[in-house]
Design a protein around this ligand. Structure first.
Ligand SMILES: Nc1ncnc2c1ncn2[C@@H]1O[C@H](COP(=O)(O)OP(=O)(O)O)[C@@H](O)[C@H]1O
Ligand SMILES: [Mg+2]
Length: 324
C-alpha cells in the first residue's frame, strides 16, 4: 500500500475564544500502487488538511499514517512524491523556463538532461509558447499548469494534487484529466482532491467521500463501474394493457407516456426478458438506454443518508482532543 491513514483526527483552534473545532474525526483510507484516488468533499470538508497531514506539513492530533510503508515524518520518502498545493505560489520574477530549471536542479537534474526535461514538460502542459513569460504575468490557469509540470519533474511515484482542476478552463481541465490518466497508466499512483465530482468521475479508480470529518464512503473501480450501468431504460409501444401490467411487476419503475411505456429494469437478463416479451406480443422497441448513476448521485445519496442518520441520533459532542 502506498498510502495509509488510520483514524486521523485534527482540530483547529479558531474564533475569539480560540475554541477547538474538530475538522477530521477519524479519517481512514488506503491507496494502492496504480490507483488514481479521488478525495471528494465539499469546501471546508477537510480535504486539504488530510493531504497536508499525509505530507507531514501539518501534524495530526491522533491517528496513524504511512507513506510507502514509512511514518509520515520520514523525509526520505519525499523524494518519491510530487505535491501540487491548492494555491501554489511561485517566484514571480522568474520566467516559466527559469522556474522549472531551478526546481529541476533541486531534484538533481543537470545540464543537458535538465534542459531536455524542462522543454519536454513545458510542451506537455502546453506552455511551450510561454516559456519566457514571467510568472507574475501568468493567469491562474497557466500557473496551475506550470505547477503540474513542476510536480512531474522528478518523475515521482506518487502524485498528490490538491484541487488540480480548480481555476482551469475546459481545455485546462481536460489536460489535467489526461495527465492523471497518463500517470495512472504508467503505473504511478495519484491522489487528488476535488469538490467537482464530474472531474473525478472520468479518471479515478477509487474515490473516497469526506464528510463530517470522516471518509463516509469509499468506492472501488468495480463499484464505480457497476454504478455506470446500474439500470437500463427500455421504451416500448404497442403492447396490450394486460402485458404491461404483467411486466410492470418485474420492473424497477414504469412511466406511462402517450403511446408508449418506459420501463426501468436491471441490466442483463431482465432487459432480455422484457425485449422478448415485447417482440413476442407484436410490440415495438422504441429505445434502449443504459441509465448511468453518476458519482454526483452517489455523493448526494451518501450525504442524504448521513443527514438522516444525524436526524435520528444526537450529534456526538465535539471536544478538544477530537472526541467523536
Ligand atoms: N491552519 C488552520 N487553522 C484554523 N483552521 C483551519 C486551518 N486549516 C484549515 N482550517 C479549517 O479546517 C476546515 C477544513 O479546511 P480544509 O482542509 O482546507 O478543507 P477543504 O480542503 O476540504 O476545503 C475549514 O473549516 C478550515 O477553515
Ligand atoms: Mg482544500
Amino acid at each position: 500500500m502506498v498510502v495509509r491513514l488510520d483514524n486521523i483526527r485534527k482540530a483547529f483552534a479558531s474564533g475569539f475564544l480560540m475554541k477547538r473545532k474538530a475538522v477530521l474525526r477519524g479519517v481512514s483510507l488506503g491507496i494502492h500502487a496504480g490507483d488514481a484516488y479521488a478525495l471528494l468533499g465539499a469546501n471546508g470538508a477537510g480535504k486539504s488538511t488530510t493531504l497536508r497531514i499525509l505530507l507531514g506539513l501539518t501534524r495530526a492530533d491522533a491517528g496513524e499514517g504511512r507513506l510507502f510503508g514509512r511514518p509520515l515524518d520520514d523525509r526520505v520518502v519525499h523524494a518519491r512524491l510530487g505535491y501540487l498545493p491548492e494555491n501554489p505560489s511561485f517566484h514571480e520574477q522568474l520566467t516559466a523556463r527559469e522556474f522549472l530549471s531551478y526546481c529541476g536542479k533541486l531534484v538533481g537534474l543537470r545540464s543537458a538532461a535538465l534542459s531536455r526535461r524542462v522543454d519536454e514538460l513545458l510542451e506537455r502542459v502546453r506552455l511551450e509558447d510561454a516559456r519566457n513569460i514571467r510568472l507574475r504575468k501568468m493567469s491562474k490557469g497557466m500557473l496551475q499548469r506550470l505547477g503540474l509540470a513542476q510536480v512531474l519533474l522528478a518523475d515521482p511515484e506518487l502524485l498528490v494534487l490538491d484541487e488540480p482542476m480548480s481555476g482551469l478552463d475546459p481545455p485546462g481541465r481536460k489536460l489535467v484529466r489526461d495527465l492523471i490518466v497518463e500517470q495512472r497508466d504508467a503505473g504511478k499512483t495519484v491522489l487528488f482532491s476535488t469538490h467537482i465530482l464530474s472531474d473525478a468521475e472520468v479518471v479515478c479508480t477509487r474515490a473516497g467521500i469526506l464528510r463530517g470529518g470522516l471518509v463516509v464512503r469509499e468506492l472501488s473501480l468495480e463499484e464505480l463501474g457497476r454504478l455506470q450501468s446500474e439500470s437500463v431504460e427500455v421504451e416500448v409501444s404497442g403492447l396490450p394493457d394486460a402485458l404491461v401490467r404483467q411486466l410492470q411487476t418485474r420492473a424497477r419503475s414504469v412511466i406511462h407516456a402517450a403511446g408508449s411505456v418506459l420501463f426501468t429494469v436491471a441490466p442483463g437478463r431482465e432487459v432480455r426478458d422484457l425485449l422478448q416479451s415485447t417482440l413476442a406480443a407484436g410490440g415495438n422497441v422504441e429505445s434502449i438506454v443504459p441509465r448511468r448513476v453518476s458519482l454526483e448521485e452517489v455523493y448526494l445519496d451518501t450525504t442524504r443518508r448521513e443527514v438522516e442518520a444525524h436526524d435520528t441520533r444526537p450529534l456526538a459532542p465535539v471536544g478538544s482532543g477530537g472526541a467523536r
